[in-house]
Design a protein around this ligand. Sequence first.
Ligand SMILES: NC(=O)c1ccc[n+]([C@@H]2O[C@H](COP(=O)([O-])OP(=O)(O)OC[C@H]3O[C@@H](n4cnc5c(N)ncnc54)[C@H](O)[C@@H]3O)[C@@H](O)[C@H]2O)c1
Length: 338
Amino acid sequence: MFSALARPAGAALRRSFSTSAQNNAKVAVLGASGGIGQPLALLLKNSPLVSRLTLYDIAHTPGVAADLSHIETRATVKGYLGPEQLPDCLKGCDVVVIPAGVPRKPGMTRDDLFNTNASIVATLSAACAQHCPEAMICVISNPVNSTIPIATEVFKKHGVYNPNKIFGVTTLDIVRANTFIAELKGLDPARVNVPVIGGHAGKTIIPLISQCTPKVDLPQDQLTAITGRIQEAGTEVVKAKAGAGSATLSMAYAGARFVFSLVDAMNGKEGVVECSFVKSQEADCAYFSTPLLLGKKGIEKNLGIGKISSFEEKMIAEAIPELKASIKKGEEFVKNMK
Ligand SMILES: NC(=O)c1ccc[n+]([C@@H]2O[C@H](COP(=O)([O-])OP(=O)(O)OC[C@H]3O[C@@H](n4cnc5c(N)ncnc54)[C@H](O)[C@@H]3O)[C@@H](O)[C@H]2O)c1
């Protein structure tokens, strides 16, 4: 799918003449001037699937939009600055991606971001519920295990909730798992697929290496080590950036991968599957990430956990209490909002 990003001139030109209704996704990025927002907007601008890109932030969007608008691809780009311009950014959108909010610094957990990011996600979700209630909402802002319950409760408050259209973007965990397994086994990462289920924080991130395609055999010590690396990969980046933030470029890639899958499925492509943290009945908590079959209206079918190893079963059992607590924290935040 991402081979579409490598852009030989002829192919790009052919694509730019393709004006079928299929390739007309209107996508908004909220938090578009940030470390994730800017490269994500660049990848979206480079896609033939996107016809309109609207960029919202509380800072710098006029510059980001002017810069991107000079790129020779079809999508129109417009920047929106500050809350009074947010409604116009959202009107008519098919997909809204939300990477707004503060990232981690060394020593912080994702939950440490709750106090700042909860209200940002609640405010932006309320605007989406009012101005584009039918759009697919893809939340990147952490802690995802709480921000998805927040977005959900806000949509419920506005009477426009559709559980098939609110997604916690966990794609970076899958991208990392694919990369690390490929490195370890000397495989082409583009051909590796590891489902990652559960949530998006520490031990709630559960790679199902037993379901990896192609099948990989790892002794228990390697399995334990690579599982730990996948779970702590975000912290690896936070430490390496030494105070300058968390994953941005790989997250932009992962966010774009998720949006393109969603738009492909909305356009009628069959068999599109991505893992995402969503409202779920697949585990003993109200939200859980599993592979989802995507369709024209969002989630078409939850494919569930499938057959797993006892090692993976144990990880799920250990993750549930933390997931439940994070979900409750998000739900209570909205309940207590004025
Ligand atoms: N889901 C994931 O896998 C994943 C991975 C990495 C980072 N993240 C999260 O993504 C978020 C953004 O990270 P970043 O590195 O881009 O941060 P950043 O600080 O570089 O950018 C955040 C942007 O959000 C904007 N913003 C702040 N409040 C806003 C508001 N009320 N409305 C609109 N925009 C607002 C800021 O102006 C800034 O441009 C963080 O919460 C981070 O933890 C998630």
